[in-house]
Design a protein around this ligand. Structure first.
Ligand SMILES: *[C@@H]1O[C@H](CO)[C@@H](O)[C@H](O)[C@H]1NC(C)=O
Ligand SMILES: *[C@@H]1O[C@H](CO)[C@@H](O)[C@H](O)[C@H]1NC(C)=O
Ligand SMILES: [Ca+2]
Length: 280
């Protein structure tokens, strides 16, 4: 039955001028839409499908565009959040810069204040140095030596005003807890020399003699002389000179370390005593 109909409507299509063709065509369109034969009947549905597909494509495109716009919007919102974050960062930096500027000003102010204080303290120091405080003066002047005795390296030295023989001079020194000066170093020699006043032939006994054996010089403490600060050509024992003295004349070219002479011990000369600070 279906085969007959197929043959029938095939004949009808091949002969379009046939009177019965129209109802048969209508019938066969409805009855054979999914059939494999009669391609002319399928051109219309393909056009519809193409249109549908195009529409679908357009929709897809639109969706795509919308999606892309949407995602674009999402991206821009990300950018917004990024820019807002950087804005916050900038604000923090600006706040920090302001805070640091304020701190800098404070530090500068403090610096100038400290500088003023420093200069005031400097002035104070200068004034204090210029005028020694009365309460601190007695302490440094409290010497371990008696009045008229001068301190050097643990010893006190006395320069007499009047003259005596060498042995009487030594007696005076002994009575006062010392001896005629015993001089071992150039420093000590120079210190004593500086105490002496200049004069025509200002001579002072000190603690050395060669009374026992000529030209064997011994100190008053019994020790033998080593070296010494003799003037060139001294000691010469010129007129039986067995006692040593130091001279400080008006001649400025004379020096402390070449100032020893020998003289007769009975001569009356001022003298130099020495005693240790412990014996005071
Ligand atoms: C601002 O200063 C604070 C401390 O005061 C510090 O922890 C922060 O890192 C600073 N911020 C910037 C952006 O410099
Ligand atoms: C100071 O005294 C000590 C002990 O008597 C002595 O050894 C030293 O040479 C002396 N110094 C000077 C510079 O006279
Ligand atoms: Ca002599």
């Amino acid at each position: 039955m279906s085969a007959n109909r197929e043959g029938m409507h095939n004949n009808l299509i091949d002969e379009p001028d046939n009177d019965y063709s129209i109802p048969e065509v209508q019938y066969s369109v409805f009855k054979n839409a999914g059939g494999k034969s009669g391609q002319r009947f399928y051109q219309e549905p393909f056009k519809v499908a193409t249109a549908c597909l195009t529409a679908f494509c357009l929709i897809l495109l639109m969706i795509l565009v919308v999606t892309s716009i949407h995602s674009g919007k999402g991206r821009s919102s990300d950018q917004d959040s990024l820019s807002s974050a950087s804005e916050t960062h900038m604000q923090t930096v600006c706040a920090n810069v302001t805070a640091l500027t304020e701190e800098l000003l404070t530090v500068k102010k403090e610096k100038s204040e400290l500088e003023r204080e420093r200069s005031q303290l400097k002035d104070k120091i200068t004034r204090l140095e210029a005028t020694p405080a009365p309460c601190t003066t007695p302490a440094p002047t409290k010497s371990p030596c008696p009045e008229d005795w001068k301190l050097f390296n643990g010893s006190c030295y006395y320069i007499s005003v009047f003259g005596r023989s060498w042995s009487d001079s030594q007696k005076y020194c002994k009575k006062n807890g010392g001896n005629l000066a015993i001089i071992h170093t150039a420093e000590e020699q120079t210190f004593i020399w500086d105490l002496l006043p200049r004069g025509h032939w200002n001579a002072y006994w000190f603690g050395i003699n060669d009374e026992k054996v000529e030209d064997d010089w011994y100190w008053v403490d019994g020790t033998k002389l080593v070296g010494g600060f003799w003037e060139d050509g001294e000691p010469n024992n010129h007129i039986n000179e067995d006692c040593g003295y130091i001279i400080k004349t008006d001649v400025l070219s004379r020096v402390a370390v070449k100032s020893w002479y020998d003289a007769p011990c009975h001569m009356s000369l001022p003298w130099i005593c020495e005693k240790t600070t412990e014996s005071t």
